[in-house]
Design a protein around this ligand. Structure first.
Ligand code: IPD
Ligand code: CA
Ligand code: CA
Length: 276
């Protein structure tokens, strides 16, 4: 790709190539669904699975991105850091977000591809091949679901809200495992869902199906695409305390904006449950 095009044209090109990669990966996930029983292994922590589908999906995404952008840096969940890590462009790839669901044929999983430019999320593509739902966003170009614009919900009170969250794979090793926050917010809201795919959690906030998502212990590939998708859909992303979101912290508070302050205040006053 040449650099003599406008920044917006470049973003559109990045978005289109990321879309091509996500759709190709989605075909692989659909093909492997229900056929990976013999190819499921634990990556380290109990319950942290990887399947042949994760690997095949990542392979096709890497092939497409590297063919088009050989200079760019890559951070892929199964392959780690690839390419020149000093490059201003960094692709963060989760080839299968929701592996546990996938291994059980529970239909909540997605491909997630995000692009940071100088550390700032600029492109996000999340594809749910089971429902054929394609979520896309680029900074300044808006957010879409299946090519139609999306917006966050307008729910402004916690007691009218539906939330979503997740529990990282280190949950058995730490009291700071989000169980206390889950109990606390379940009492204050119309419910807290645990879908099992951080990328879809963020996409569902972006399109107004839920009003907020929070989680600790997340990796850059889990949320890179979802952050820009939500911001472009009118939502807000910060740390739990409302300060600037730092991806390396592993903690994210992502809302429709209207319940952001109240949810932040509630999260900040929760203390972990006693160790079991
Ligand atoms: C996981 C999912 C899950 C979240 C975990 C993630 P994976 O990703 O997004 O919803 O709670 O923190 O690690 O392992 O299925 O790609
Ligand atoms: Ca993930
Ligand atoms: Ca994954």
């Amino acid at each position: 790709m040449t650099n003599d095009q406008s920044p917006m044209t470049n973003l559109q090109i990045f978005l289109d190539i990321a879309t091509e990669a996500a759709l190709a990966a989605g075909v692989i996930l659909q093909d492997f669904l229900g056929k990976v029983e013999d190819a499921i292994t634990e990556k380290g922590r109990p319950g942290d699975l990887v399947t042949a589908a994760d690997k095949a999906s990542e392979k096709v995404i890497l092939e497409i991105l590297r063919r088009h952008f050989p200079q760019h840096s890559i951070l892929a969940e199964e392959s780690g850091k690839l390419g020149n890590q000093d490059n201003e462009y960094l692709w963060a790839i989760d080839p299968l977000d929701g592996t546990t669901n996938y291994a059980h044929q529970y239909p909540c999983f997605a491909v997630s591809i995000g692009l940071f430019i100088n550390g700032v999320p600029q492109i996000g593509v999340i594809y749910d091949p089971f429902r054929d739902e394609l979520f896309r966003a680029a900074a300044g170009l808006g957010a879409t679901r299946n090519r139609r614009p999306i917006k966050v919900s307008q729910t402004a009170e916690l007691n009218k809200s539906l939330l979503t969250t997740g529990f990282a794979y280190d949950r058995r090793e730490t009291a700071d495992n989000n169980y206390a926050e889950f109990c606390h917010l379940t009492h204050l809201t119309q419910g807290v869902r645990r879908g099992g795919s951080a990328a879809l959690d963020l996409a569902y906030v972006a399109c107004g199906r839920v009003d907020a998502y929070w989680e600790r212990g997340i990796a850059p590939w889990d949320v890179a695409a979802g952050v820009i998708l939500l911001q472009e859909a009118g939502g807000k992303v910060t740390a739990y305390d409302g300060t600037t979101f730092k991806i390396e912290s592993g903690r994210i508070l992502a809302t429709n904006g209207y319940i952001h302050n109240s949810l932040s205040q509630e999260l900040m006053q929760v203390t972990p449950l006693p160790d079991r």
